[in-house]
Design a protein around this ligand. Structure first.
Ligand code: NCD
Length: 320
């Protein structure tokens, strides 16, 4: 199944008959009112980061990560705690998966113990939809990263961060997503949410080996200087080395020279352009330290917004 077909299947799975969110599997074609409601709720949480809530008291959120994570995992855990839920952190490499248990069976067992939501990161496409099919009513699957396919809460936190700086009307904005787009689930989810929110112009800026197969609605650039010219938002991406054969990965210094974002390059964007990055950043490769630590960088705001967005998502899925 191609990306679009798989996303359609997920779209049908994640909404109940009344159109409410039952799982969060993808942002692709997620209805705009649902996205706007999640962003509004997340903005309210972000405005009061010290507030603690009891909305999810007695509920349990389990995280099941089969790929490395710092920000996403920590922020889901903090989000659950700030809503009063308990959390269960399963080390995937130490779970029974290594003894041959299927992921579906792991889910059924944890569900039997009363876990209400599963936050899952996996390198294989389609795993989240498979789990959503076997989850019992009321148990939610939350996609925390699926292969190079999607990373919905990252897309939401990116939209929230853009909104905080540029306002809710995205139709006047030009956004450039730059770097290894081909292997990036972050780019895919950002493109979905920005498209739904009516972004004025979306540019994919990538060297030939990192360009997505076909651009639907995006302008494609292979030259970063041209790609970021006049932009309101520049989102830089890490080279996803874990998804590229080591012989095909470019040399770091050469990549930085040709495609990295430096202060001199950034001068081509609008004077109030913000610079984003999902993390982890490879300093001096896709992004110069002077830009990462500079006044246009909103990278740590993205991280803070990640907790607020995940609170909004867990509340929408689990609050009774
Ligand atoms: C990203 C991911 O894992 O998809 N990180 C994150 O969740 N913030 C991006 C990356 O690894 O480059």
């Amino acid at each position: 199944m191609d990306r679009a077909a798989e996303a359609k299947t997920q779209g049908a799975l994640q909404l109940d008959a009344a159109g409410r969110l039952r799982h969060l599997l993808t942002l692709y074609q997620l209805p705009r009112p649902l996205i706007e409601a999640l962003l509004a709720r997340a903005a309210a949480f972000a405005a009061k980061p010290a507030a603690r809530h009891a909305t999810l008291a007695g509920r349990c959120v389990a995280s099941l990560f089969f790929e490395p994570s710092t920000r996403t995992r920590a922020s889901f855990e903090l989000a659950a705690h700030r809503l009063g839920a308990t959390t269960l952190n399963l080390e995937a490499e130490r779970s029974s998966a290594v003894k041959g248990e299927t992921l579906e069976d792991t889910l059924l067992n944890l569900q039997a113990m009363g876990v209400d939501a599963f936050v899952v990161r996996h390198a294989e496409a389609g795993v989240h939809a498979r789990l959503a099919r076997v989850a019992q009513a009321g148990v939610a699957i939350v996609n925390a990263g699926e292969a190079n396919v999607s990373h919905p809460t990252q897309g939401l936190l990116d939209a929230l961060t853009i909104r905080a700086h540029k306002g809710a009307d995205f139709s006047t904005l030009t956004v450039a997503i730059c770097g290894d787009i081909l292997h990036s689930r972050v780019a895919a989810s950002a493109a979905s949410v920005l498209t739904t929110l009516g972004v004025g112009e979306l540019r994919f800026v990538a060297p030939p080996g990192f360009q997505p197969p076909a651009a639907d609605g995006q302008r494609l650039f292979d030259d970063v200087d041209a790609g970021i010219a006049g932009c309101d938002v520049v989102m830089m991406l890490r080279i996803q080395r874990e998804r590229i054969g080591s012989t095909d990965a470019p040399d770091d210094a050469e990549y930085h020279r040709r495609h990295g974002l430096t202060a001199a390059r950034l001068a081509r964007a609008k004077p109030d352009c913000i610079v984003m990055h999902p993390g982890p950043v490879n300093r001096g490769v896709e992004l110069a330290s002077e830009v990462m630590d500079g006044p246009r960088s909103v990278i740590l705001e993205q991280v803070a917004n990640g907790v607020a967005v995940r609170m909004a998502v867990l509340e929408a899925l689990l609050a009774r």
